[in-house]
Design a protein around this ligand. Structure first.
Ligand code: ADP
Length: 485
């Protein structure tokens, strides 16, 4: 059994450098979505444990904030190396709890390491300013200081890399962290604790609690020692956290839901658009916030696109993530399957045509067939709701203006994609789309060097890029007077 051999699987919480159980001894079962078998348990912690984790982070902050950027840089590089030295083991653990193919899991582990390395480097470039002074005898400085204790709450779809984007900049900036991974996929998050210990981070710099989301969230929001909350998850929970964090005026970054459109114009390279569509739709079985939710295809090219896209979709190999050659794993749980079924039912009742897929997969459990639905219309629930599954509704449009209007007709604004061979159109559409990230003739655009994040109800703040560390730093203006100059 993998759980016996994986050195990074921890069935305990990390608080102040100690691996501990919940005060009550209560636990949560963790299940492998491919087999539906229990992998192990994690502590079901609540407010008291979270408070202790926050206090441990606050105590560690006193010394951690004083370490030099070079010292932090070196530790983060060690953390990067520890991740990459164990890429296979960590990927197996990730697949086992999350379901995605081992190839994708290895990719996620590698990008986690890449975020750590990126922020190890960015930490050395958190420049302030020396401002030309309006006074002859005073000098004006602007410095950057670590914000303090950061609380990070992460989802189950990228249990490793979503934490890397938060832990990386927090630690590089000189902050300490309290982390709450999702209950479905806690082991990849807890593994960060073991990796950090191995890299030599001091006790209390990273603390990890698992358990009751509401209780942990309430303590994080109410505790004045927490200076910043960084959250990735649903818009619904993001709004709750924003409201609760208001009571202590914390800094917040929110990576929330998406409703990504994917536009294909008549002048597009169809082969390239289909390749982009496959990756933009089916990565992680459609369970990412940047996965395409709505395909809009221009009338002149519609039939050709649908045929080729459905052909490529039907070829995707569905299976347990750990099995060689698997491209599509199971959905996270049965609730996710039921949601997908509901949306497909709604679409077919409103005239949508299933071109391929459209059913639970013969493998059973939470496996669902990669699905293309033609003749989608704005009255279908796909138009407004995040699918978070391997279903691709394809809408038809006539004009560029109509495409932009439909694409923007959502409260979300995370990622969008479009395909065209016309340079003028590329700029018009890029400027017309109200989104935080745009892929032009590209369906997979996330990279550590670029700022990831949304506008509208998709969130606040950016992760990655040089912008990704800003949210973990406070700006301090210092006026030095009486210099007798
Ligand atoms: P998803 O739909 O992807 O599960 P959620 O927003 O429900 O997204 O969950 C994302 C993360 O937020 C998870 O770690 C989850 O446990 C946590 N979470 C859910 N509800 C709350 C809450 N009320 N307060 C704090 N965290 C929460």
């Amino acid at each position: 059994m993998l759980q016996k051999t994986s050195p990074y699987m921890r069935q305990a919480n990390l608080i102040g450098g100690e691996w501990v159980q919940a005060d009550s001894g209560a636990t949560i079962d963790v299940v492998n979505p491919a087999t539906r078998l229990k992998i192990g348990t994690v502590p079901k912690a609540g407010r008291a444990e979270t408070r202790r984790a926050i206090e441990a982070a606050d105590a560690a902050f006193v010394t951690w904030k004083k370490t030099s950027v070079l010292e932090r840089h070196k530790l983060l590089r060690k953390l990067h190396d520890a991740i990459m030295d164990n890429q296979q083991t960590l990927a197996e653990l990730l697949t086992m709890e999350q379901g995605k193919s081992l190839t994708e899991a290895k990719g996620e582990v590698a990008i986690s390491a890449a975020y750590i390395l990126w922020f190890a480097e960015e930490g050395r470039r958190t420049y302030g300013d020396v401002v030309p002074s309006p006074w002859a005898d005073r000098r004006v400085l602007v410095t950057k200081e670590p914000t303090g204790v950061v609380a990070a709450i992460t989802p189950w779809n990228f249990p490793s890399s979503m934490l890397a984007r938060k832990i990386g900049p927090a630690l590089a900036a000189g902050c300490t962290a309290v982390v709450k991974p999702a209950s479905q996929t806690p082991y990849s998050g807890l593994a960060w604790g073991a990796l950090a210990e191995e890299a030599g981070f001091p006790k209390g710099v990273i603390n990890i609690v698992t358990g009751s989301a509401g209780e942990i969230g309430d303590e994080i929001c109410a505790n004045p020692l927490v200076k910043k909350i960084t959250f990735t998850g649903s818009t619904e929970v993001g709004k709750i956290l924003l409201q609760k964090a208001a009571s202590t005026v914390k800094k917040v970054s929110m990576e929330l839901g998406g409703n990504a459109p994917f536009l294909v114009f008549d002048d597009a390279d169809v082969k390239r658009a289909v390749e982009g569509a496959i990756v933009a739709k089916y990565r992680n079985s459609g369970q990412t916030c940047v996965c395409t939710n709505r395909f809009f295809v221009q009338a002149g090219i519609y039939d050709e696109f649908v045929e080729k896209f459905a052909e490529a979709t039907a070829k995707l190999k569905v299976g347990p993530g750990l099995e060689e050659g698997t491209q599509q794993g199971p959905l996270i749980d049965m609730r996710a399957v039921e949601k997908v079924e509901e949306l497909v039912g709604d679409a077919t009742a409103r005239g949508g045509k299933v071109v391929t897929g459209g059913r639970r997969h013969a493998l059973g459990g939470s496996f669902y067939e990669p699905t293309v639905i033609a003749e989608a219309t704005p009255s279908m629930r796909f138009m407004r709701e995040e699918i978070f599954g391997p279903v691709a509704p394809v809408f038809r449009f006539e004009t560029e203006e109509e495409a932009i209007r439909l694409a923007n007709d959502t409260e979300y604004g995370l990622a969008c994609y479009f395909y065209t061979g016309d340079l003028g159109r590329a700029f018009r559409v890029m400027e017309g789309l109200k989104y935080g990230m745009v892929g032009v003739n590209e369906g997979l655009i996330t990279t550590v060097e670029a700022p990831f994040g949304g506008v509208k109800e998709s969130g606040l703040g950016r992760e990655g890029g040089h912008q990704g560390i800003d949210d973990y730093l406070d700006t301090k203006y210092v006026c030095i007077g009486g210099l007798g100059l």
